[in-house]
Design a binder for this molecule. Structure first.
Ligand SMILES: Cc1cc2nc3c(=O)[nH]c(=O)nc-3n(C[C@H](O)[C@H](O)[C@H](O)COP(=O)(O)O)c2cc1C
Length: 197
């Protein structure tokens, strides 16, 4: 299976990067191949231009799209499954990934009409400083999950999953050490099981 990963974190020594590496190792272990949009490393421009705004807001699907956006479409269309790997920042994806959705989810490809190649599966790997318990009690987890799965992925994938890797800021160091190990194992498992729904 070919998996396209959209990754958003500026640091290679981060926990989120560890999740990315574990996920990729899991994929490789069972023979899956991957492509990646490493948004920070690529210097992806997340800012919608006035021309893009004009196209999107008037549903003008016949107007051209920028080359960097077309390149993202090609990577997603070529893949059987998609993965989004990022840390939660202010209860959402980092701005560079929010801008990626603003620019890449274009009219005539993502919707009105949707001409993209539906993914068999889309998985979200989201690192969080708070515990899942706290994020659930405050309703923030449900909100983050709904935005990613019900809006951004929506019916663009046959199966979709949101996985939270929580507690990096909230847990005491000894507990975090164990939790981090468990999280990295789970990220590897998600890679190994990408072909199952
Ligand atoms: C700018 C910024 C905003 C953050 N906002 C949140 C937040 O809203 N909720 C949360 O649970 N964690 C938040 N965090 C914590 C990260 O999500 C957390 O540290 C995560 O595990 C990523 O760790 P990493 O940067 O080592 O990959 C924030 C971190 C930063 C740098």
């Amino acid at each position: 299976m070919l998996v396209h990963i959209v990754y958003a974190h500026p640091s290679n020594s981060s926990f989120t990067h560890g999740l990315l590496e574990a996920f990729i190792a899991g994929l490789a272990e069972v023979g899956h191949v991957h492509t990646i949009s490493d948004l920070y490393a690529a210097g992806f421009n997340p800012v919608l231009s006035p021309e893009e705004y004009a196209r999107e807001s008037s549903y003008a699907a016949d107007l051209p799209i920028p080359a960097d956006v077309a390149a993202e479409h090609a990577l997603l269309d070529a893949a059987d499954a998609w993965a989004f790997v990022y840390p939660v920042w202010w209860t959402d994806v980092p701005a560079i990934l929010k801008g990626w959705f603003d620019r890449v989810w274009t009219v005539g490809w993502a919707y009105h009409p949707s001409t993209l190649r539906r993914a068999r599966k889309a998985v979200v790997l989201c690192a969080a400083g708070h515990t899942a318990d706290h994020l659930r009690k405050t309703g923030l987890l449900q909100s983050m999950e709904a935005v990613m799965l019900a809006d951004r992925i929506f019916d663009r994938a046959d199966h979709k999953e949101f996985h939270l890797f929580d507690g990096s800021e909230a847990l005491p160091p000894a507990e975090w050490e164990l939790a981090e190990r468990r999280h990295l194992e789970r990220a590897g498992l998600l890679g190994r099981e990408i072909a199952t729904s």
